[in-house]
Design a protein around this ligand. Sequence first.
Ligand code: GLN
Length: 543
Amino acid sequence: MSGLGKGVTAASIGRLLMNRGYKVTAIKIDPYINIDAGLMSPFQHGEVFVLKDGGEVDLDLGNYERFLDVELTRDHNITTGKIYSTVIEKERRGEYLGKTVQIIPHVTEEIKRRIRQSSRTGGCEICLVEVGGTVGDIESMPFLEAMRQLKYEESGNIFFVHVTLAPSTMDGEQKTKPTQHSVKEMRELGLQPDMIVVRCEKPLLGETKHKISHFCDVPVEAVISAHNSEDLYKVPSQLESEGTTKYIMEAMRLFPLDERKDWDSFVKKIDQTQGTVTVAIVGKYTVGSQCADPMEDAYLSIRESLKHAGIEASVKPEIMWVDSEELEAGGAPEILLKDADGILVPGGFGSRGTEGKIKAIQYARERKIPFLGICFGMQLAVIEFARNVCGMEGASSTEFGSTPYPLIAILPEQEKIRQMGATMRLGDYPAHLKEGTLSHKIYGADDVVERHRHRYEVNPQYIKAIEDKGMVFSGTNGDLMEIAEIPGHPFFWGSQFHPEMKSRPGRPSPPFLGFVEAMKARRAQKDGEIAPARSRKVVESIA
Ligand code: GLN
């Protein structure tokens, strides 16, 4: 069933095989009809993850990139929409030579063709294929049939892992019936799992494992307990201690090529953080600051990036969700943002809640609270600066209608992209960093490449007026402004791109690390303490 952790299970297995020296990649199959996730609401489906080639994909691909430290492409996310549009195009071109075009074999052939093609990119040796949905869903049927055929055609090179749930009764008894039933459903489709990973609250008891083994025809060593883990990044070691890697490798006749330890050393650091910092995320998808954690999936990569940076800076960032509409309706930033050590304004679309976000940015700028603006957050920071520092009353973005000062607008550059069929600037683009700026310091480089997903840009017409008043565009791509910062502020930084898409465990995104370090310094100052020596260097260089 969805939400069980299939993605994390697959990513963890991939990581374990990678730790043995193999080159691993991943494909996510989403049986929905949408071509991609570009038009899906992050509120319902979680964030739209953006790949280097501009693919707008399911957030699981983000997990794969983080766990496997790879860069995937749009072809690594297969949807029913993509399969059918290829099949229908081929049919229209007459490539089926007059045959009746059917789910079997034409749709299943296209599924297998895509899996084979994407699994080989970049010289990968092992490919994880996650089939989303639940056994028995109408939409996933052609994909499961394709898997059945693939196992036969690639005999010995395919290994099926079935992820199931073992719920516990009130008195703690682990129930195996749901697992028995889903395996029965799978077998009706001709699929026999090679391994069953069982999600459960507490470690699976020996007798439960035996029962599952007995009813489902899977050796007891291949029944794996995937009990709740306190941290997502600890799942690989949990699966390792269950003997998962050993079993899979023996079954597939794989030999260890190497022993990589980098994941373990990263995981060790998770428990070494001391103290916390509070980051206010001001967005319209939040449902009020009183909710504990309402937006788990809508801002997944931002959360993970904060976590990666926190682990590096030995501090735990705690997120406080602030509803921009509450600020807009008159909520005082002094109250709503009182506990924030830093303020983050994430990406977004449309005008709802923007005045609240602008209020939060003004508060961060004036009170010298660390600020990180991502895409929309950067655009609004430029608008706030134009209005309140440059005196351009009514300055705004043409995204919200007409304005006397169109600070943010669609540029001719974008119109060119539009003619190519896309309305957005998507994926990897370079930015050149100005020497002597905060950007140059945090990245420690002259040029960077980051991922984009936006239509609007800073209007070049106003750049001089803005820079004359002290905001610096420290990252540029020709005429396009990629980064805005304010010198003299402890940390005021916003980018047109989404740095959260490239943050990795053990290799945090530089702006996130800079932001977290600045929050830590502010918290230490507030607490009347001195920042620990380990991070003082970075804090000083930022200040
Ligand atoms: N709505 C803005 C644009 O299209 C920002 C998009 C974003 O934050 N990803 O330019």
